[in-house]
Ligand binder design. Structure first.
Ligand SMILES: Nc1nc2c(ncn2[C@@H]2O[C@H](COP(=O)(O)OP(=O)(O)OP(=O)(O)O)[C@@H](O)[C@H]2O)c(=O)[nH]1
Ligand SMILES: [Mg+2]
Length: 446
C-alpha cells in the first residue's frame, strides 16, 4: 500500500537544548530545500550529498558555519524532502537558525511528528515508530537493546508470523464457505490445534509485556531499618560511590536519597532515615522518619536491614511489622562482626568487607523481575499489549465456537477480529485518536 500524503513543512531542533559540539536542526516537507537555500550560502545542495557553508540572516549577517545533509523524498526518514543542518551546539545558535527557518515558512514540529510522518508515509510500521521513542528514553542497556530490535522490525515480523498462521486457518474456513460442494468442512479438530498453537504464542508475548513494563519504567528499591544498621553504607556499596554520609551516630541520614543504577532493569535505590521512636515529631528527624515510611509504602521491593551483631531487636521487629506485607528481603548486615549465622531467612552481608553483596544483587534481580528464558527479544507497550489481549479474546471465542461446532461463518468473524487486532499492533487499520496518543509521548524533533 502506498499512500501519498501532503503535509506542510516542519522544523525542530533534534538535539538536546544545551551546549555541545554539534547541534542538529531537522526540516521535513516539500519546502525543505527551498527554505534552506534561502538562508544557506555555500556549496550547492544535492540530495545524498554533504554541503558546507554558512547560515546568514536577511541582512547577510553570518549566524553559523554549518554542514547540510539533504535527502530527497522518498529516501528519507519521514519519506519527505528532509534537510538536516549540523551547526554548533550552542543554545542561541540553534535558536537563531530555528527562528530563520520559521520566518521563511516552516512551522515548528509537534511531538513525534517526524516519526508520525514516517509512519503515515509507510516508511515504518507503528511498532517501529514506537520503538524510536522507547530507544530514546531507554534507562538501561537491556531495554535499549530490545527497543533496537523493535526498531529493526522484530515485533513487526512476529506479527507477520502470527498472521501467517492465522491465514492458514482462515483460508480453510473461507474456502469451504465459498465452495461448499468441493471442499469438505475443515476439520474442527485441525482448527482447534491451530488456534491453540496461536494462543500459546500470544500468551508468550503477553508474559513478555509484563517484563517490558518493568524494563521500561524500572523499579524502586527502598533500604529500610533502624538507625545505624548500615543502610547508607549499603546504599553506597550498591552504587559503588560514596553518595550518602556514613557515621557511627544514629540518625545520620535525614533526607531520603535516591540514585538510579542499571541492573539490567533501572533500579532506583532509596536510602532512608533510620526509623525509631523520637520526640522529634514534626522536626527534622521526625519528618525524615515519615519520609522513610512513605518510601517503604511506594517501593516495589524493600531491603529490610538489621545489625547482625546486635541481633534482631524489638525495634527491628516493629519496623519489620510495618513492611512485612510488601515484597521484601531480610538483610543481616555487619556479618564481619559475628561468628554464627542463625537467621535462615536473612541474607548475611558486610558492607565493610563486601561479603554477600553480589548475592544480594542477584536476589534483588530475581525477586522483582523473575524473567524467564521464554523472554522475547522485543518489548511490548501498553497499547500493543491491549491489542494482543484483544486478539486472545477473539481467538478464545473462536475456540468456544469450535467446541460448540458452530457454523463456520460465525467462527470466521472471530478469526477476522483476531486478525484485525494483530494488524492494530503494527498500525494497519488504526484510528487517528490512537495515533495522536502514540506520538504525543515523543520528544520534539523525533
Ligand atoms: N563492622 C561493620 N560496620 C559497619 C558495616 N556497615 C556499616 N557499618 C558501620 O555502621 C555505622 C552506621 O552506618 P550507616 O551506613 O551510617 O548506618 P545507617 O543505617 O545509614 O544509619 P542512619 O542514617 O543513622 O539511620 C557506621 O559507623 C558504619 O561504618 C559493616 O558491614 N560492618
Ligand atoms: Mg544513613
Amino acid at each position: 500500500m502506498t499512500t501519498i500524503n501532503t503535509f506542510d513543512t516542519i522544523v525542530a531542533i533534534a538535539t538536546p537544548i544545551g551546549t555541545g559540539g554539534v547541534g542538529v536542526i531537522r526540516i521535513s516537507g516539500d519546502d525543505s530545500f527551498y527554505i534552506t537555500k534561502k538562508i544557506f550560502y555555500g556549496q550547492p545542495i544535492y540530495p545524498g550529498q554533504i554541503a558546507h557553508g554558512w547560515i546568514k540572516d536577511d541582512d547577510g549577517n553570518k549566524i553559523d558555519e554549518v554542514i547540510i545533509l539533504a535527502f530527497a523524498k522518498p529516501h528519507s526518514f519521514t519519506g519527505e524532502d528532509v534537510i538536516e543542518i549540523q551547526c554548533h551546539g550552542g543554545v542561541n545558535v540553534l535558536r537563531n537558525i530555528l527562528d530563520l527557518i520559521l520566518q521563511n515558512g516552516a512551522r515548528i514540529a509537534d511531538r513525534g511528528e517526524f516519526s508520525k510522518r514516517a509512519f503515515l508515509n509507510n516508511k515504518i510500521d507503528l511498532s517501529r515508530a514506537e520503538a524510536v521513542a522507547d530507544l530514546i528514553h531507554a534507562k538501561t542497556q537491556n531495554f535499549a537493546k530490545k527497543s533496537a530490535n523493535n526498531l529493526s522490525g522484530a515485533l513487526f515480523h512476529e506479527i507477520q508470523e502470527l498472521k501467517k498462521q492465522l491465514f492458514i486457518s482462515l483460508s480453510l474456513i473461507v474456502a469451504s464457505l465459498d465452495f461448499p460442494d468441493d471442499i469438505r468442512d475443515p476439520n474442527y479438530d485441525l482448527l482447534k490445534i491451530e488456534f491453540n498453537k496461536l494462543l500459546k504464542e500470544i500468551d508468550r508475548v503477553l508474559v513478555c509485556a509484563k517484563s517490558s513494563d518493568i524494563l521500561r519504567q524500572g523499579i524502586k528499591v527502598a533500604i529500610v531499618g533502624r538507625p545505624n544498621v548500615g543502610k547508607s553504607s549499603l546504599f553506597n556499596k550498591l552504587l559503588n560511590v560514596n553518595r550518602a554520609i556514613v557515621t557511627d551516630v544514629a540518625g545520620t541520614t535525614r533526607d531520603v536519597l535516591t540514585e538510579t543504577l542499571d541492573m539490567d532493569v533501572a533500579v532506583t535505590l532509596i536510602d532512608t532515615a533510620g526509623i525509631r521512636d523520637t520526640e522529634d515529631v514534626g522536626k527534622v528527624e521526625g519528618i525524615g522518619i515519615e519520609f522513610s515510611k512513605q518510601s517503604a509504602r511506594d517501593a516495589d521491593l524493600i531491603l529490610f536491614i538489621y545489625d547482625s551483631a546486635s541481633g534482631l531487636t524489638k525495634e527491628d521487629k516493629e519496623i519489620y511489622d510495618l513492611i512485612k506485607d510488601k515484597k521484601h528481603l531480610i538483610i543481616a548486615n555487619k556479618c564481619d562482626l559475628i561468628e554464627k549465622r542463625r537467621d535462615k531467612k536473612a541474607i548475611y552481608i558486610s558492607t565493610l568487607t563486601g561479603e554477600g553483596i553480589d548475592k544480594l544483587r542477584e536476589k534483588i534481580k530475581t525477586n522483582v523481575y523473575n524473567f524467564t528464558n521464554e523472554e522475547t527479544e522485543f518489548v511490548i507497550n501498553k497499547r500493543q499489549e491491549k491489542c494482543f489481549s484483544k486478539a486472545r479474546e477473539c481467538l478464545v471465542r473462536a475456540l468456544e465456537g469450535i467446541d460448540r461446532h458452530e457454523l463456520l461463518d460465525l467462527i470466521s468473524i472471530d478469526v477476522r477480529d483476531t486478525l484485525a487486532a494483530f494488524n492494530e499492533v503494527i498500525g494497519e487499520s488504526i484510528t487517528e485518536e490512537i495515533l495522536d496518543n502514540v506520538f504525543s509521548n515523543f520528544c520534539i524533533g523525533k
